[in-house]
Every structure is written in structure tokens, then in C-alpha cells.
Design a protein around this ligand. Structure first.
Ligand code: AMP
Length: 442
């Protein structure tokens, strides 16, 4: 993670945050924090686009807490059920993560944070109308229904944060957002955040925030990812995926990781396969059909015990688990933006991480599209060249052997752009491809 030349003392109130920063061993602001925090504190509406894992969450949480604290004494008779700030996020796991981060700060800053979840926590939420609190975190659907049921009111809202804004739009939450907006009658400061969203920002601003001026903090090109990720491609036939998974988990995968598939049925199938084959003792599965309660329990367990999580895109975006070491695209995603978000689960906060791709012949077109979309992301490029050498068919066992023969996990490499590909036909030849030669091939 790129650190700035500034110190925290230059940009935030240390009386408020010294304890939190020390407790969490945060010594220097990241680049996005150094850019966004002063502008947020000056009162600008912000659109923040930065790499996943770049410290975006604190880039809005720290100034939000500071500003709320600065004016706390002026707020006389704050009404119950009337938050001063809301943070909207697309999925529960993310809301829980941001809430956990908030609680670490609020513990020092003495501010009241509440999490509004649907499903299993719904009952607790209905008591919010009797409570006085500062920050409310939740999904747009839940917040909208709470407003309609008069459990909360937003007529005195001062700050509106929309995190993972592009996914909110992808998931079709515009109607809920607009319904919420009708209840924002005071003037408020807005902050929109995401890793991948230039076009979506424009749509959101035109549709939702028309008339409001935004300052832009953008630390990447069109898409952003940490530069500490290595990419490894494994060429195989569609029918060989499970056999290769076997070998991958036993020989290659070290530490905790996430396996991405494209469909919920596949997530269940892969999970059952791995369980039956006893591939790992800590296996978890998550997808849209699992109840919210189970999903959050699984997620919590996975976070604390480590292991392997098998999931679809919707259940995993934005998830920040410090100990994650690898991501396997069992299926390559249909859209480049998901490839970026999947890969962004590793290599966070400057740590190393590996992305493995199962690449079948029919994935070539997808690879082209992904590579087009991830300009300036050398570490993520998928090199499709080896597919050309897939002349003959060979059985899964043979492929499995080839991978097994290549021995232990990938060595630490000096080049950040290394791509290892396994060919099913010419024997296993780990290939290190230099930046320039890969550049020519693309
Ligand atoms: P985010 O991009 O907000 O999901 O943050 C990614 C990771 O970076 C999280 O694990 C944070 O705890 C960590 N982080 C945030 N700010 C800093 C900082 N200034 N120095 C080191 N790590 C940080």
C-alpha cells in the first residue's frame, strides 16, 4: 500500500485518534488518506476512487468522526432515531466490516455507531427509533424501509457516505437510493467511494446528487489494484477442474484463500466436492441463496479460523481479511470489474498475494476482455499465449500430475509481473514472462 509523505499528525486531530492509531499500529496515512482526509475536513463533497486495499475506509471514517466530534457540543437535543451520518454499503458483510472499523474508533472517540441489518438483526433495529446515535451503517433497502416505518428520520442528516457505490448501482439499488434522497431535507456533505467507477460516479452524480459539486480524489487509472499481486494461470479442460483443484489445494495453496465460482449451484457443488474429498478442514461456502444469518456466521468463522471460502461475486466483494493469501478463479468472471474485485481480496495493505486462474480454452475471449479493461495493471494481466499450445487432450490425472510435479508453492519472485502457466500438452514448464515480452504478446 502506498504511503504518503505526510504524517497523521499533519492531517487529523491526534487528541482524538492517537489511541486508535496506536492500538491498530497505523503509523502513516496511505496516499488516499493523505489526499482525501484534508478535503473531507474542509467540507467538500468527495468522489474517491482508489485501489482496493488502499485504506479507503479510513479515508472517510477518520474525517467523519473528527467533524462529528468538532460540532458535537453545538448539537442540542439531538432527536432519537435521527443519525447525523449514514454510511450505505451494498452487502451485509461489508456493512459489518465497516461497523467493526467504526467501533474501534468510536471506542476512543466516544461516538455512537449503529448497524442496520435486515434479516436476523431486524428486530433489534426497530428499537433504534428510541435511541440517540451518531452514525448509522446499512444497506439502502434496509435504510429505506426503516425510514418508511418511521424507525429513523434523516431530516437532520449531515453526512452521507456511499461506499462500493458502483456495486450498489450494479445491484440495482438506484430506486432505494432515490427513495432515501426524498427524506434528506437538510444540507449534507456527501462522499462516494469505490475502486472501479468513473462512469458510475457520473451517473450517480447526475441522477442522485444533481446540483452538488464534487472534488475528485483519484489515485488510479480506470481501475486499481495493489501492485503486490502475482498472477498464475493454469490451463486445463473444463472437466478437469475438480482434479486440478485437488492438486492445487494440496500442493500449491498455502494459507487462507477464496475460491470464486460464477454460480451459486457451482459454489455448493465445489464445496461438497472439497468436503467429501477432505481437501481442507476449514471449508466455508457463501452465495446469495444462503440466509443472511448463515452467511454472516460463515464469514465470521472464516475470518477467525482461516481456511478456504468458496463463494460467488455478490457474497465476497470488498471483504478485507488480512490473512488471505490467495484467490483462485475456479471460473473466470464474465466481467472484468469482478476480476478486479476478486483479485483485490489479496495483496491488501502492501502484503503479497497470489491470484490463480483456471483457464479453459473457451476463456480466451474473456481473457481478452479482462485484459482490455485492466490497462495499467501489469500484475493482473492474464497471458493467454500458452493456450495456443493446447493441441492434444489429456486426462485430468495427467494434468494433476503435471501440477504436482512442479513441486511446492511458487517461489518468491523478484519480478512482480511473473506469470506461471501450465500447459497440458508440453509438460509443465513454469514460464516467467518479462514485462516487455508480455507487453508484445498482448
Ligand atoms: P481498505 O482499503 O479501507 O479496505 O483498507 C485495507 C487495509 O489497510 C485494512 O486492513 C486496513 O486496516 C489497512 N489500513 C488502512 N489504513 C492504513 C494505514 N494508514 N497504514 C496501514 N494499514 C492501513
Amino acid at each position: 500500500m502506498a504511503k504518503s509523505t505526510k504524517e497523521f499528525v499533519d492531517i487529523v486531530d491526534m487528541d482524538l485518534f492517537a489511541g486508535f492509531l496506536k492500538e491498530n499500529k497505523l503509523t502513516k496515512p496511505t496516499e488516499v488518506q493523505a489526499e482525501a482526509i484534508p478535503q473531507f475536513l474542509e467540507g467538500h463533497n468527495l468522489q474517491v476512487q482508489a485501489q482496493t486495499g488502499s485504506g479507503k475506509t479510513l479515508s472517510y471514517l477518520l474525517p467523519l468522526f473528527q467533524k462529528l466530534k468538532e460540532t458535537e457540543a453545538d448539537i442540542k437535543n439531538q432527536k432519537a432515531g435521527s443519525p447525523r451520518a449514514i454510511i450505505l454499503l451494498p452487502i451485509k458483510e461489508l456493512a459489518m466490516q465497516v461497523s467493526d472499523e467504526c467501533k474501534k474508533i468510536s471506542h476512543h472517540a466516544k461516538m455512537r455507531v449503529r448497524l442496520a441489518l435486515g434479516g436476523e438483526k431486524g428486530k433489534k433495529v426497530s428499537t433504534l427509533k428510541k435511541q440517540t446515535f451518531d452514525i448509522l451503517i446499512g444497506g439502502p433497502g434496509r435504510i429505506k424501509s426503516m425510514i418508511e416505518k418511521k424507525e429513523i428520520r434523516l431530516d437532520e442528516l449531515e453526512y452521507l457516505i456511499i461506499d462500493e457505490a458502483d456495486q450498489l448501482l450494479d445491484m440495482g439499488f438506484m430506486r432505494e437510493l432515490k427513495a432515501i434522497r426524498r427524506h434528506l431535507t437538510s444540507s449534507y456533505q456527501a462522499c462516494l467511494v469505490s475502486a472501479t467507477m468513473a462512469d458510475d460516479f457520473d451517473m450517480l452524480k447526475a441522477d442522485f446528487f444533481s446540483g452538488m459539486e464534487f472534488k475528485s480524489v483519484s489515485l488510479v487509472g480506470s481501475h486499481g489494484l495493489s501492485q503486490t499481486i502475482e498472477t498464475f494461470n493454469i490451463a486445463l479442460d473444463y472437466t478437469e477442474k475438480n482434479a486440478m483443484l485437488d492438486v492445487f489445494v494440496k500442493k500449491e495453496a498455502k494459507g487462507s484463500g477464496i475460491i470464486f465460482v460464477n454460480q451459486k449451484e457451482k459454489a455448493v457443488e465445489v464445496y461438497n466436492y472439497m468436503k467429501q474429498a477432505k481437501l481442507h478442514k476449514n471449508l466455508y461456502v457463501s452465495h446469495g441463496d444462503i440466509t443472511a444469518k448463515e452467511r454472516s456466521e460463515n464469514f465470521k468463522k472464516f475470518k477467525s479460523t482461516g481456511g478456504i471460502l468458496i463463494t460467488t461475486d455478490m457474497a465476497a466483494r470488498g471483504i478485507d481479511i488480512k490473512t488471505l493469501q490467495w484467490v483462485l478463479n475456479y471460473d473466470l468472471p464474465f466481467e472484468a470489474v469482478y476480476y478486479i474485485h476478486r483479485s483485490g481480496r489479496v495483496g491488501r495493505a502492501g502484503r503479497a498475494g497470489s491470484v490463480y486462474n483456471f483457464v479453459t480454452k473457451k476463456d480466451q475471449k474473456l481473457i481478452g476482455q479482462i485484459n482490455d479493461a485492466i490497462k495499467n495493471q501489469d500484475t493482473l494481466k492474464i497471458d493467454p499465449i500458452f493456450l495456443k499450445s493446447m493441441a492434444k487432450k489429456s486426462g485430468a490425472k495427467k494434468v494433476a500430475k503435471k501440477v504436482a510435479r512442479r513441486g511446492p508453492a511458487p517461489q518468491k519472485k523478484t519480478s512482480k509481473t511473473t506469470t506461471r502457466s501450465t500447459s497440458r500438452t508440453g509438460g509443465h514448464t513454469p514460464s516467467r514472462t518479462s514485462k516487455t515480452s508480455r507487453g508484445r504478446r498482448r
